[in-house]
Ligand binder design. Sequence first.
Ligand code: ADP
Ligand code: MG
Length: 273
Amino acid sequence: MSELPVATTSRRTTGTPAVLEARGVSKTFTTRRGAVTAVQTLDFSLDPTSAVGIIGESGSGKSTLSRMLVGFEAPSTGRVYFNGTDVQAMLRTPGGRREFRAAVQYVAQDTSSSFDPRRTLGDAVATPLRLLRGITGTAARERMAEVAAELRLNPDFYERRPAQVSGGQRQRFALARALVVRPRILLCDEVVSALDVSVQGAVLNLVKEYVEEHDIGLAFVSHGLPATAFIADELMIMRHGQVVERGRTGQVVTDPQAAYTRDLLDAYRATGA
Ligand SMILES: Nc1ncnc2c1ncn2[C@@H]1O[C@H](COP(=O)(O)OP(=O)(O)O)[C@@H](O)[C@H]1O
Ligand SMILES: [Mg+2]
């Protein structure tokens, strides 16, 4: 049985107001085969000093919740708020959309569709800087060099196209594209799941260090318990679109309350995954 690595630094300053908050959100999709409720009514909140891990097996509603939190999907019921303002309302005006997108950034699993294959990685990282922050020219080049250094990326790779770098490098460029605008909240949906185990740890360390140093609230979504327990100081365990347990990471892994959480921990202890 291997020991589960648990997040050691706790940044939380009690009373830090939530920047992103979901109240009573649910999501039901209408499909040809009927209605599918991906997320049942739940609450969620995140402030810039915390890292929350959202864990659950495939199909438990993690990505649907994530997409509602970042405004890509409108909730069927309930609302998501950014600093107290309804996100769906913000997204209806260009100014509100810019403010929200600059503050709340999303990185998903590395897929062939996450970058335009015809454009360089530099173009991809420059675009949000220009559109969301109005930064171009020398200032843009300086900020892009800075974020490359922070993420330990070779800045020469900005000249390359997405297919000309490894999956691990491309995932770091996806992080660069999200972090270049200096968001307050970063939502990562399965960002290490497609990577070789050998590079997963490096990417996790990078994300953890970055959000702690820059006071960015992190929502880290994964079906993998060890990665999530390492990076998150709070865990939320989901199953069938519902929250079955949430609490401080150390508490949840040492004294799980839900039978499902105990099963996850037993599976980890049996297999190391
Ligand atoms: N756009 C959609 N249309 C219909 N069903 C969907 C859609 N997106 C997700 N679902 C369904 O919602 C459930 C939860 O999916 P998802 O949020 O992707 O879970 P997870 O990210 O935890 O794997 C699944 O049953 C999935 O098939
Ligand atoms: Mg998913």
